[in-house]
Design a protein around this ligand. Structure first.
Ligand SMILES: Cc1cc2nc3c(=O)[nH]c(=O)nc-3n(C[C@H](O)[C@H](O)[C@H](O)COP(=O)(O)O)c2cc1C
Length: 133
């Protein structure tokens, strides 16, 4: 089975977890990097007008990915992200909508300040249904 660990990480915590998982699973690893990196000010969830607050509130926001990967050769894709506002950052939607994930095993994982995955798998499932998985 060919496995890919694809992750988004704004401050490095999810990246460490992704690297550990990729090592254990003998998987390829890919960073879902935003075209415009998130600054410290962007990540301020206490500011109602910060980039992340505005993106999280806007269901239609799809931050651009700097460079994408072709997932067609993989059987399973583990997708890692930090929990933002109790769900996955919208760049994960950008990734899920970027290509065909049909027939692939998708395994989400996350890091957070304390919240669990809560709405993220359900939201991703809706997205995957849209992607034909
Ligand atoms: C914009 C923003 C929103 C966040 N929302 C939550 C949240 O709802 N629940 C939570 O437990 N942690 C929340 N966090 C904390 C991150 O999930 C946590 O620090 C994560 O491990 C960061 O991963 P990273 O270093 O890979 O970006 C939030 C962080 C940011 C920047």
């Amino acid at each position: 089975m060919k496995i890919l660990v694809a992750f988004f990480s704004a401050s490095g915590i999810t990246k460490e977890v992704a690297q550990t998982i990729a090592g254990v699973a003998n998987a390829d690893i890919f960073e879902i990097a935003p075209q415009t990196p998130y600054s410290k000010a962007d990540l301020d969830w206490t500011n109602e007008t910060s980039r992340t607050t505005l993106e999280s509130k806007d269901k239609a926001s799809r931050p651009k990915i700097a460079k994408n990967i072709d997932v067609s050769g993989y059987d399973a894709i583990l997708i890692g992200f930090p929990i933002w506002w109790y769900s996955a950052p919208h760049i994960i939607n950008s990734f899920l909508e970027s290509q065909d994930f049909g027939g692939k095993i998708i395994v989400p994982f996350c890091t957070s300040g304390g919240s669990d995955l809560s709405g993220a798998p359900k939201d991703m499932q809706k997205k995957r249904a849209k992607c034909g998985v």
